[in-house]
Design a protein around this ligand. Structure first.
Ligand code: PLP
Length: 392
Protein backbone atom coordinates (compact mmCIF):
# COMPACT_ATOMS: atom_id res chain seq x y z
CA UNK A 1 0.00 0.00 0.00
CA UNK A 2 2.82 2.39 -0.83
CA UNK A 3 2.35 5.40 -3.12
CA UNK A 4 1.96 4.12 -6.66
CA UNK A 5 3.08 7.30 -8.37
CA UNK A 6 6.30 7.42 -6.33
CA UNK A 7 6.86 3.72 -6.88
CA UNK A 8 6.57 4.27 -10.63
CA UNK A 9 9.09 7.15 -10.63
CA UNK A 10 11.55 5.07 -8.63
CA UNK A 11 11.05 1.84 -10.55
CA UNK A 12 11.28 3.47 -14.01
CA UNK A 13 14.54 5.29 -13.21
CA UNK A 14 16.02 8.08 -15.30
CA UNK A 15 17.02 6.74 -18.71
CA UNK A 16 20.02 9.11 -18.79
CA UNK A 17 21.33 7.68 -15.53
CA UNK A 18 20.70 4.13 -16.79
CA UNK A 19 22.85 4.84 -19.84
CA UNK A 20 25.59 6.33 -17.66
CA UNK A 21 25.45 3.27 -15.37
CA UNK A 22 25.72 1.00 -18.40
CA UNK A 23 28.71 3.06 -19.58
CA UNK A 24 30.44 2.72 -16.21
CA UNK A 25 29.91 -1.06 -16.21
CA UNK A 26 31.18 -1.29 -19.78
CA UNK A 27 34.23 0.84 -18.90
CA UNK A 28 35.06 -1.62 -16.11
CA UNK A 29 34.96 -4.42 -18.72
CA UNK A 30 36.87 -2.92 -21.64
CA UNK A 31 38.63 0.12 -20.17
CA UNK A 32 37.27 3.65 -19.75
CA UNK A 33 39.33 4.87 -22.71
CA UNK A 34 37.31 2.58 -25.02
CA UNK A 35 33.85 3.81 -24.01
CA UNK A 36 32.61 7.16 -25.35
CA UNK A 37 30.07 8.20 -22.77
CA UNK A 38 28.23 11.37 -23.86
CA UNK A 39 25.22 10.76 -21.63
CA UNK A 40 25.49 12.89 -18.49
CA UNK A 41 25.48 16.66 -18.03
CA UNK A 42 28.26 16.45 -15.46
CA UNK A 43 30.66 19.37 -16.05
CA UNK A 44 34.12 18.30 -17.24
CA UNK A 45 35.61 21.68 -16.32
CA UNK A 46 36.86 21.80 -12.71
CA UNK A 47 35.27 24.27 -10.29
CA UNK A 48 37.26 27.54 -10.32
CA UNK A 49 40.06 27.85 -7.71
CA UNK A 50 38.10 30.57 -5.91
CA UNK A 51 35.66 27.86 -4.75
CA UNK A 52 38.34 25.93 -2.86
CA UNK A 53 39.74 29.18 -1.45
CA UNK A 54 36.28 30.12 -0.18
CA UNK A 55 35.88 26.68 1.39
CA UNK A 56 39.23 27.06 3.20
CA UNK A 57 38.16 30.48 4.50
CA UNK A 58 34.83 29.07 5.67
CA UNK A 59 36.59 26.25 7.52
CA UNK A 60 38.06 28.85 9.87
CA UNK A 61 34.56 29.55 11.25
CA UNK A 62 33.53 27.97 14.54
CA UNK A 63 32.13 24.53 13.60
CA UNK A 64 28.78 25.16 15.23
CA UNK A 65 28.38 28.22 13.02
CA UNK A 66 29.73 26.62 9.85
CA UNK A 67 27.74 23.43 10.16
CA UNK A 68 24.68 24.86 11.90
CA UNK A 69 21.26 25.44 10.37
CA UNK A 70 20.96 28.58 8.33
CA UNK A 71 17.62 30.41 8.12
CA UNK A 72 15.18 28.37 5.98
CA UNK A 73 15.59 30.69 2.97
CA UNK A 74 19.36 30.92 3.36
CA UNK A 75 21.97 33.15 4.98
CA UNK A 76 21.03 36.84 4.64
CA UNK A 77 24.55 37.55 3.31
CA UNK A 78 24.13 34.90 0.61
CA UNK A 79 20.70 36.10 -0.51
CA UNK A 80 22.02 39.67 -0.51
CA UNK A 81 25.03 38.65 -2.60
CA UNK A 82 22.81 36.93 -5.18
CA UNK A 83 20.40 39.90 -5.38
CA UNK A 84 23.24 42.42 -5.66
CA UNK A 85 24.91 40.40 -8.41
CA UNK A 86 21.67 40.21 -10.40
CA UNK A 87 21.04 43.93 -9.93
CA UNK A 88 24.50 44.73 -11.24
CA UNK A 89 24.06 42.50 -14.27
CA UNK A 90 20.47 43.25 -15.21
CA UNK A 91 19.84 46.74 -13.81
CA UNK A 92 17.17 45.44 -11.43
CA UNK A 93 16.33 46.35 -7.85
CA UNK A 94 15.99 42.96 -6.15
CA UNK A 95 16.53 42.49 -2.43
CA UNK A 96 17.55 39.47 -0.33
CA UNK A 97 13.87 38.81 0.41
CA UNK A 98 13.31 37.95 -3.26
CA UNK A 99 15.87 35.12 -3.17
CA UNK A 100 15.36 31.66 -1.65
CA UNK A 101 18.49 29.46 -1.55
CA UNK A 102 17.90 25.86 -2.62
CA UNK A 103 19.62 22.53 -3.16
CA UNK A 104 20.14 23.10 -6.89
CA UNK A 105 17.76 23.77 -9.76
CA UNK A 106 15.92 20.51 -9.05
CA UNK A 107 14.70 21.96 -5.76
CA UNK A 108 14.19 25.44 -7.26
CA UNK A 109 11.83 23.99 -9.86
CA UNK A 110 10.08 21.59 -7.47
CA UNK A 111 9.42 24.47 -5.06
CA UNK A 112 8.23 26.77 -7.83
CA UNK A 113 5.75 24.26 -9.27
CA UNK A 114 4.52 23.38 -5.79
CA UNK A 115 4.16 27.09 -4.98
CA UNK A 116 1.94 27.99 -7.95
CA UNK A 117 0.02 24.84 -8.88
CA UNK A 118 -3.44 23.82 -7.70
CA UNK A 119 -4.91 20.36 -8.43
CA UNK A 120 -6.09 20.09 -12.02
CA UNK A 121 -3.76 22.82 -13.36
CA UNK A 122 -1.63 22.37 -16.47
CA UNK A 123 2.05 23.25 -16.87
CA UNK A 124 3.44 23.55 -20.39
CA UNK A 125 6.91 22.30 -21.27
CA UNK A 126 8.63 22.73 -24.64
CA UNK A 127 9.54 19.34 -26.12
CA UNK A 128 12.27 18.18 -26.22
CA UNK A 129 12.70 18.98 -22.50
CA UNK A 130 14.73 18.00 -19.43
CA UNK A 131 12.86 14.82 -18.42
CA UNK A 132 12.72 15.55 -14.69
CA UNK A 133 10.30 18.45 -15.37
CA UNK A 134 7.52 15.91 -15.80
CA UNK A 135 8.26 14.30 -12.43
CA UNK A 136 8.29 17.63 -10.59
CA UNK A 137 5.22 18.98 -12.38
CA UNK A 138 3.16 15.84 -11.77
CA UNK A 139 4.29 15.71 -8.14
CA UNK A 140 2.98 19.25 -7.68
CA UNK A 141 -0.47 18.00 -8.75
CA UNK A 142 -0.47 19.46 -12.28
CA UNK A 143 -0.64 17.82 -15.69
CA UNK A 144 2.50 18.15 -17.80
CA UNK A 145 1.52 19.38 -21.29
CA UNK A 146 4.17 18.94 -23.99
CA UNK A 147 4.32 21.55 -26.76
CA UNK A 148 6.79 20.78 -29.55
CA UNK A 149 9.58 23.22 -30.36
CA UNK A 150 10.06 24.26 -33.99
CA UNK A 151 10.93 20.93 -35.69
CA UNK A 152 13.82 22.43 -37.69
CA UNK A 153 15.44 25.11 -35.52
CA UNK A 154 14.19 23.77 -32.16
CA UNK A 155 13.52 27.38 -31.16
CA UNK A 156 10.44 28.13 -29.05
CA UNK A 157 7.33 27.89 -31.27
CA UNK A 158 5.23 30.70 -29.83
CA UNK A 159 2.18 29.93 -31.97
CA UNK A 160 2.22 26.33 -30.75
CA UNK A 161 2.41 27.49 -27.13
CA UNK A 162 -0.39 30.01 -27.72
CA UNK A 163 -2.57 27.23 -29.18
CA UNK A 164 -1.96 25.04 -26.11
CA UNK A 165 -2.91 27.68 -23.51
CA UNK A 166 -6.17 26.89 -21.72
CA UNK A 167 -8.11 28.11 -18.71
CA UNK A 168 -6.14 25.52 -16.73
CA UNK A 169 -2.66 26.65 -17.78
CA UNK A 170 -0.85 27.74 -14.63
CA UNK A 171 2.70 27.93 -15.92
CA UNK A 172 4.96 27.63 -18.93
CA UNK A 173 8.54 26.43 -18.45
CA UNK A 174 11.30 27.94 -20.57
CA UNK A 175 14.89 26.74 -20.43
CA UNK A 176 17.40 28.88 -22.26
CA UNK A 177 20.20 28.08 -23.00
CA UNK A 178 18.38 24.85 -23.59
CA UNK A 179 19.06 21.32 -22.51
CA UNK A 180 18.95 19.24 -24.73
CA UNK A 181 19.04 21.34 -27.93
CA UNK A 182 21.47 24.17 -27.05
CA UNK A 183 19.15 26.91 -28.38
CA UNK A 184 19.05 30.35 -26.75
CA UNK A 185 15.66 32.10 -26.92
CA UNK A 186 15.94 35.66 -28.23
CA UNK A 187 14.19 38.77 -26.89
CA UNK A 188 11.85 38.90 -29.87
CA UNK A 189 10.66 35.32 -29.30
CA UNK A 190 10.23 35.86 -25.57
CA UNK A 191 8.35 39.10 -26.20
CA UNK A 192 5.92 37.30 -28.49
CA UNK A 193 5.52 34.62 -25.83
CA UNK A 194 4.80 37.32 -23.23
CA UNK A 195 2.10 38.83 -25.47
CA UNK A 196 0.50 35.39 -25.94
CA UNK A 197 0.53 34.72 -22.18
CA UNK A 198 -0.96 38.12 -21.36
CA UNK A 199 -3.66 37.62 -23.95
CA UNK A 200 -4.52 34.21 -22.51
CA UNK A 201 -4.62 35.69 -19.00
CA UNK A 202 -7.20 38.21 -20.22
CA UNK A 203 -9.20 35.65 -22.19
CA UNK A 204 -9.40 33.14 -19.35
CA UNK A 205 -9.19 35.62 -16.47
CA UNK A 206 -6.30 33.64 -14.99
CA UNK A 207 -2.67 34.12 -13.98
CA UNK A 208 0.02 32.32 -15.96
CA UNK A 209 3.56 32.08 -14.59
CA UNK A 210 6.65 31.83 -16.72
CA UNK A 211 9.14 29.54 -14.99
CA UNK A 212 12.59 30.33 -16.33
CA UNK A 213 15.00 27.48 -15.68
CA UNK A 214 18.48 28.93 -16.17
CA UNK A 215 21.30 26.66 -14.98
CA UNK A 216 23.14 27.23 -18.28
CA UNK A 217 22.74 31.04 -18.40
CA UNK A 218 26.49 31.71 -18.42
CA UNK A 219 27.44 28.82 -20.73
CA UNK A 220 27.08 30.51 -24.10
CA UNK A 221 29.17 30.89 -27.23
CA UNK A 222 28.59 34.53 -28.09
CA UNK A 223 24.79 34.56 -27.70
CA UNK A 224 23.09 37.00 -25.37
CA UNK A 225 20.60 35.47 -22.94
CA UNK A 226 17.74 37.93 -22.28
CA UNK A 227 16.68 38.55 -18.67
CA UNK A 228 13.23 36.97 -18.75
CA UNK A 229 11.53 39.00 -15.95
CA UNK A 230 12.37 42.09 -18.00
CA UNK A 231 10.14 40.72 -20.75
CA UNK A 232 7.32 39.13 -18.72
CA UNK A 233 6.54 40.30 -15.21
CA UNK A 234 4.96 37.13 -13.85
CA UNK A 235 8.23 35.20 -14.06
CA UNK A 236 9.99 33.03 -11.48
CA UNK A 237 13.69 32.37 -12.12
CA UNK A 238 15.22 29.03 -11.10
CA UNK A 239 19.00 28.88 -11.00
CA UNK A 240 21.78 26.59 -9.92
CA UNK A 241 25.58 26.69 -9.71
CA UNK A 242 25.77 23.06 -10.88
CA UNK A 243 26.96 24.05 -14.36
CA UNK A 244 28.36 27.61 -14.13
CA UNK A 245 30.68 26.82 -11.19
CA UNK A 246 30.83 23.05 -11.86
CA UNK A 247 29.27 22.21 -8.47
CA UNK A 248 26.52 19.69 -9.31
CA UNK A 249 27.35 17.45 -6.37
CA UNK A 250 27.20 20.27 -3.85
CA UNK A 251 23.52 21.05 -4.52
CA UNK A 252 23.32 24.82 -4.41
CA UNK A 253 21.06 27.21 -6.32
CA UNK A 254 18.18 29.60 -5.79
CA UNK A 255 14.65 30.67 -6.66
CA UNK A 256 14.14 34.34 -7.46
CA UNK A 257 10.68 35.89 -7.16
CA UNK A 258 11.18 39.15 -9.07
CA UNK A 259 9.42 42.29 -7.87
CA UNK A 260 7.67 42.42 -11.26
CA UNK A 261 5.25 39.72 -10.06
CA UNK A 262 1.83 41.25 -9.31
CA UNK A 263 1.40 38.81 -6.39
CA UNK A 264 5.05 39.10 -5.30
CA UNK A 265 4.62 38.93 -1.52
CA UNK A 266 2.23 35.96 -1.58
CA UNK A 267 4.48 34.19 -4.09
CA UNK A 268 7.55 34.65 -1.88
CA UNK A 269 5.62 33.05 0.99
CA UNK A 270 4.33 30.26 -1.27
CA UNK A 271 7.87 29.39 -2.39
CA UNK A 272 8.93 29.30 1.28
CA UNK A 273 5.89 27.15 2.05
CA UNK A 274 6.70 24.79 -0.81
CA UNK A 275 10.31 24.48 0.36
CA UNK A 276 8.99 23.68 3.81
CA UNK A 277 6.49 21.13 2.49
CA UNK A 278 9.08 19.42 0.32
CA UNK A 279 11.84 19.49 2.94
CA UNK A 280 14.11 21.79 0.90
CA UNK A 281 14.87 24.38 3.60
CA UNK A 282 18.35 25.47 4.75
CA UNK A 283 20.46 24.86 1.63
CA UNK A 284 23.99 23.57 2.40
CA UNK A 285 25.56 26.06 4.77
CA UNK A 286 29.16 25.68 3.52
CA UNK A 287 28.15 26.28 -0.07
CA UNK A 288 26.00 29.27 0.76
CA UNK A 289 29.23 30.76 2.11
CA UNK A 290 31.05 29.77 -1.05
CA UNK A 291 28.41 31.58 -3.11
CA UNK A 292 28.86 34.77 -1.05
CA UNK A 293 32.51 34.78 -2.19
CA UNK A 294 32.06 33.36 -5.71
CA UNK A 295 28.77 34.84 -6.92
CA UNK A 296 30.55 36.86 -9.61
CA UNK A 297 33.25 34.36 -10.56
CA UNK A 298 32.85 33.88 -14.32
CA UNK A 299 32.04 30.44 -15.73
CA UNK A 300 34.95 28.91 -17.61
CA UNK A 301 33.46 28.09 -21.00
CA UNK A 302 36.71 27.87 -22.99
CA UNK A 303 36.94 24.07 -22.83
CA UNK A 304 33.27 23.64 -23.79
CA UNK A 305 33.72 26.04 -26.69
CA UNK A 306 36.67 23.98 -27.92
CA UNK A 307 34.77 20.70 -27.52
CA UNK A 308 31.79 22.17 -29.30
CA UNK A 309 33.89 23.20 -32.29
CA UNK A 310 35.68 19.87 -32.40
CA UNK A 311 32.51 17.81 -32.20
CA UNK A 312 30.57 19.95 -34.68
CA UNK A 313 33.39 19.94 -37.24
CA UNK A 314 34.01 16.22 -36.81
CA UNK A 315 30.38 15.17 -37.12
CA UNK A 316 29.72 17.59 -39.99
CA UNK A 317 32.61 16.08 -41.95
CA UNK A 318 31.05 12.66 -41.43
CA UNK A 319 27.71 13.85 -42.79
CA UNK A 320 25.78 14.10 -39.53
CA UNK A 321 23.14 16.82 -39.18
CA UNK A 322 22.81 18.76 -35.95
CA UNK A 323 21.47 21.97 -34.43
CA UNK A 324 24.31 24.49 -34.02
CA UNK A 325 24.35 25.01 -30.24
CA UNK A 326 24.33 28.60 -28.94
CA UNK A 327 24.65 27.57 -25.32
CA UNK A 328 24.79 24.75 -22.72
CA UNK A 329 27.04 21.78 -23.53
CA UNK A 330 24.91 19.44 -25.62
CA UNK A 331 24.82 18.76 -29.34
CA UNK A 332 21.44 17.75 -30.76
CA UNK A 333 22.24 15.33 -33.55
CA UNK A 334 19.78 13.89 -36.06
CA UNK A 335 19.61 10.11 -35.68
CA UNK A 336 20.42 8.13 -38.82
CA UNK A 337 17.36 6.01 -38.10
CA UNK A 338 13.87 7.50 -37.60
CA UNK A 339 13.77 5.40 -34.43
CA UNK A 340 16.17 7.19 -32.05
CA UNK A 341 16.17 4.26 -29.63
CA UNK A 342 17.23 1.90 -32.44
CA UNK A 343 19.94 4.38 -33.46
CA UNK A 344 21.14 4.52 -29.85
CA UNK A 345 21.32 0.71 -29.70
CA UNK A 346 23.40 0.70 -32.90
CA UNK A 347 25.65 3.51 -31.56
CA UNK A 348 26.21 1.48 -28.41
CA UNK A 349 27.62 -1.35 -30.51
CA UNK A 350 30.35 1.14 -31.41
CA UNK A 351 30.79 2.07 -27.73
CA UNK A 352 29.13 5.46 -28.32
CA UNK A 353 26.68 6.53 -25.63
CA UNK A 354 24.52 9.52 -26.60
CA UNK A 355 20.98 9.85 -25.15
CA UNK A 356 18.07 9.00 -27.48
CA UNK A 357 15.64 11.89 -27.94
CA UNK A 358 12.67 9.79 -26.77
CA UNK A 359 13.95 10.50 -23.24
CA UNK A 360 13.26 14.19 -23.90
CA UNK A 361 9.78 13.75 -25.36
CA UNK A 362 10.55 13.75 -29.08
CA UNK A 363 11.64 11.22 -31.71
CA UNK A 364 14.44 11.02 -34.26
CA UNK A 365 17.44 12.67 -32.54
CA UNK A 366 20.13 12.03 -29.93
CA UNK A 367 21.76 14.34 -27.38
CA UNK A 368 25.54 14.25 -27.32
CA UNK A 369 26.89 15.87 -24.13
CA UNK A 370 30.24 17.52 -24.84
CA UNK A 371 31.06 18.14 -21.20
CA UNK A 372 33.73 15.44 -21.59
CA UNK A 373 37.48 15.51 -22.17
CA UNK A 374 38.73 16.77 -25.52
CA UNK A 375 40.47 13.43 -25.86
CA UNK A 376 37.14 11.56 -25.62
CA UNK A 377 35.74 13.61 -28.50
CA UNK A 378 38.85 13.16 -30.63
CA UNK A 379 39.05 9.42 -30.09
CA UNK A 380 35.30 8.93 -30.58
CA UNK A 381 35.45 10.15 -34.18
CA UNK A 382 36.43 6.75 -35.60
CA UNK A 383 33.40 5.24 -33.86
CA UNK A 384 31.08 7.95 -35.22
CA UNK A 385 32.49 7.25 -38.66
CA UNK A 386 31.95 3.50 -38.35
CA UNK A 387 28.42 4.13 -37.09
CA UNK A 388 27.59 6.35 -40.10
CA UNK A 389 29.10 3.78 -42.47
CA UNK A 390 26.95 1.04 -40.97
CA UNK A 391 23.89 2.93 -42.29
CA UNK A 392 25.16 3.27 -45.86
N1 PLP B 1 17.26 22.02 -15.42
C1 PLP B 1 18.02 21.61 -16.45
C2 PLP B 1 17.67 22.08 -17.81
C3 PLP B 1 19.11 20.76 -16.25
O1 PLP B 1 19.85 20.37 -17.28
C4 PLP B 1 19.39 20.33 -14.93
C5 PLP B 1 20.50 19.41 -14.66
O2 PLP B 1 21.14 18.88 -15.53
C6 PLP B 1 18.57 20.77 -13.90
C7 PLP B 1 17.52 21.61 -14.17
C8 PLP B 1 18.82 20.34 -12.48
O3 PLP B 1 19.94 21.03 -12.00
P1 PLP B 1 20.55 20.75 -10.57
O4 PLP B 1 21.63 19.75 -10.74
O5 PLP B 1 21.11 22.06 -10.15
O6 PLP B 1 19.48 20.28 -9.68
Amino acid sequence: MINEQMYAYGAQKSSIREIAAWGAARAAQIGAENVFDFSLGNPSVPAPPQVNEAIVRALALPPTELHGYTPAAGLPACREAVATSLNRRFGTGYGPGDVFMTVGAAASLSCTFKAVVNPGDEVIVIAPYFPEYRVWIETSGATCVEVPADPVTFDLDVDAVAAALTARTKAVVVNSPNNPVGVVYGTETLTRLAVALEEAERTFDTSIYLVSDEPYREIVYGAEVPWVPGVYGRTVVCYSYSKSLSLPGERIGWVLVPDTNPDHDELVDAVAGAARALGFVCAPSLFQRVIVDCVDVPADVAAYAENRALLCEGLKALGYEYVEPQGAFYLWVKALDPDAQAFFERAREFELLPVPSDSFGCGGWVRVGYCVSRDTIERSMAAWEALAKSYR
